[in-house]
Design a protein around this ligand. Structure first.
Ligand SMILES: Cc1ncc(C[n+]2csc(CCOP(=O)(O)OP(=O)(O)O)c2C)c(N)n1
Ligand code: SF4
Length: 531
């Protein structure tokens, strides 16, 4: 096809095109993912099926809608989409998919699975995530857990960062920077899951999953390499019947996590982006922070050529846990200072420090704290590219003289001076949409009080309606179980959304009944699972 030649374009390209480029959102790339996985398996002579289940919540709010819209296409490819009643029951169903062939009655060679949930959904699923990950995945199945995180609680009642929940369940985590990587890491993630026997977390932030991009859809582009430097135990690492807790414990601690590191190494998932000439400074970053760091470098006028001259090396981590050691140790060779840029709690930085502690060459490592132990990149909130730029530029200028960079840093420092910014003159609080039943259903009789819960109706708390306090999803009323025996008040109203009632709230009502407290539930029926 010549460059001038136009080909016909269809809205289905994002799912059906197998060569060239197609425009899609991160969420759509996650619909494409299982379709391509099945095709890759077929090419490898495997007859696999797929299963997707989970529960919505920003930033994966629209995933189930896209899956529903494409149900027919998915089913044609033997992929079943079953929305979960809640996240942990959905995760348990995914555990089940890995057991499908164990009794010799499986219809397929394997079932690969995708679970999705928002940060609080990851939290509430801790028990099943640990059980299922310790039990393992099947040889031709594999499970990807999409962790929808909202670092700054833009659309949440708590700021969430799910990596640590995954680490706690010993689930390796991949953290993509954009739409194409979401897709690529999805394919690598399923292969990693099959090889290591672990579930694999895939971090989704609204900055990455709700972004759009034209991505290279050539299915031959991704070549998965099975490590040849890792010896599996004779009985492998995959799920089996029967199994014991002690055998699982040994398998996961002595093999599975290391197998994940070996896979990351063989597939060069973590990579050096800029060699940085005779480098003095190494910048290590991951996921969305990689985008912020690249923006920071742009603001400083530093591209690869200039980085070469200034001696700045750049490393992009794909799998922040467990960190692959060989790549990072090689990267650290020769540099005097490593700057780790990662949003929220430090995950990569302590692993680097631990790896370097016994190394012959030990550059200084800064990130959450600076060279003197003072706070550097904040953990609360989000990172600001201007701030990242200023921190990096100051360090470069201690090694190199560069007038242009000095000027840029000065501009940056002016921008960061909050006193020069216009001050907010008014605060605008969000409110219910006009016509929303919550406008009337949340009103309480004079003298009464109510408690809120999860959902849009949570906003009632700032609406002068005697409604105070809320719970996480599905515990509505349970606060009053603990409060009532110690309060002079005899009764409260408890709001609970209809979505939450179905998700898990019915259990809270049972708890209220069994405790004998005086409470009136209002099930706010708006036929929507909104927030
Ligand atoms: C465990 C968990 N899963 C998902 C979410 C995301 N989430 C917050 S509110 C909400 C919808 C609640 O719907 P509903 O109870 O009907 O209340 P409404 O928004 O209609 O007021 C969802 C899915 C969450 N906060 N916690
Ligand atoms: S539940 Fe729907 S209509 Fe009501 S405030 Fe939320 S988004 Fe608006």
């Amino acid at each position: 096809m010549s460059i001038m030649e136009k080909r016909s374009v269809s809205l289905d390209d994002k799912y059906t095109l197998r060569k060239g480029y197609a425009f899609m959102t991160g969420i759509q790339s996650l619909v494409r993912l299982p379709l391509v996985q099945r095709e890759l398996d077929q090419k490898a002579g495997l007859n696999t099926a797929g299963y997707i289940s989970g529960y919505r919540g920003s930033p994966l709010g629209g995933y189930d809608q896209q899956l529903e819209r494409n149900k027919k296409l998915l089913e044609e490819h033997h992929i079943k989409f079953q929305p979960g009643v809640n996240e942990d029951l959905a995760a348990t169903a995914l555990w089940g998919t890995q057991q499908a062939e164990l009794g010799g009655e499986g219809k397929y060679d394997g079932v690969f699975g995708i679970w999705y949930g928002k940060g609080p959904g990851v939290d509430r699923s801790g028990d099943v995530l640990r059980h299922a990950n310790y039990a393992g995945t099947s040889k031709f199945g594999g499970v990807l857990a999409l962790m929808g995180d909202d670092h700054t609680a833009e659309s949440s009642t708590v700021c969430n960062q799910s990596e640590f929940a995954m680490v706690d369940a010993l689930i390796p985590v991949l953290n993509p920077s954009g739409v194409e990587e979401i897709f690529d890491f999805g394919i690598f993630g399923l292969a990693l899951s099959r090889f290591s026997g672990c579930w694999v977390g895939l971090k989704c932030l609204h900055d990455t999953v709700e972004a759009t991009a034209s991505i290279n859809v050539d299915v031959e582009r991704i070549k998965v390499v099975i490590p040849n430097d890792f010896t599996l135990p004779e009985d492998g690492l995959n799920i089996r019947f029967p199994d014991t807790p002690h055998a699982q414990d040994k398998r996961i601690h002595e093999y599975k996590v290391d197998a994940a590191r070996a896979f990351c190494r063989s597939n060069k998932l973590d990579r050096t982006i800029w060699q940085g000439g005779i480098a003095k400074i190494g910048v290590v970053t991951v996921g969305k922070s990689y985008l912020d760091t690249r923006l920071a470098f742009d603001e400083l006028g530093i591209d690869e050529t200039k980085a070469e001259r200034l001696g700045v090396r750049l490393y992009k981590v794909a799998m922040p846990w467990p960190l692959e050691p060989e790549g990072i140790l090689e990267f650290a060779q020769g540099v005097d200072l490593i700057i780790v840029v990662e949003e929220k709690r430090a995950l990569i930085e302590p692993q680097i420090k631990e790896l370097l502690y016994g190394a012959s060459h030990r550059p200084q490592v800064i990130g959450k704290t600076d060279e003197t132990g003072e706070p550097l990149f904040r953990t609360a909130g989000a990172l600001d590219p201007n701030h990242i730029a200023a921190i990096i530029a100051r360090r470069i200028l201690t090694f190199r003289v560069d007038e242009k960079l000095k000027d840029r840093l000065h501009e940056m420092e002016v921008r960061l001076d909050l006193s020069l910014l216009p001050q907010e003159s008014m605060v605008r609080l969000p409110y219910f949409c006009s016509g929303c039943p919550h406008n009337t259903s949340t009103v309480v009789p004079e003298g009464s009080i109510a408690m809120a819960g999860i959902g849009c109706h949570y906003m009632v708390q700032w609406m002068d309606r005697n409604t105070l306090g809320f719970t996480h999803m599905g515990a509505e009323g349970a606060n009053w179980v603990g409060q009532a025996p110690f309060s002079k008040r005899k009764h409260i109203f408890q709001n609970i959304g209809d979505g939450t009632y179905f998700h898990s709230g019915i259990m809270a009502i049972r708890a209220a009944v069994s405790s004998g407290i005086n409470i009136t539930y209002k099930i706010l029926f708006n036929d929507a699972v909104a927030m």
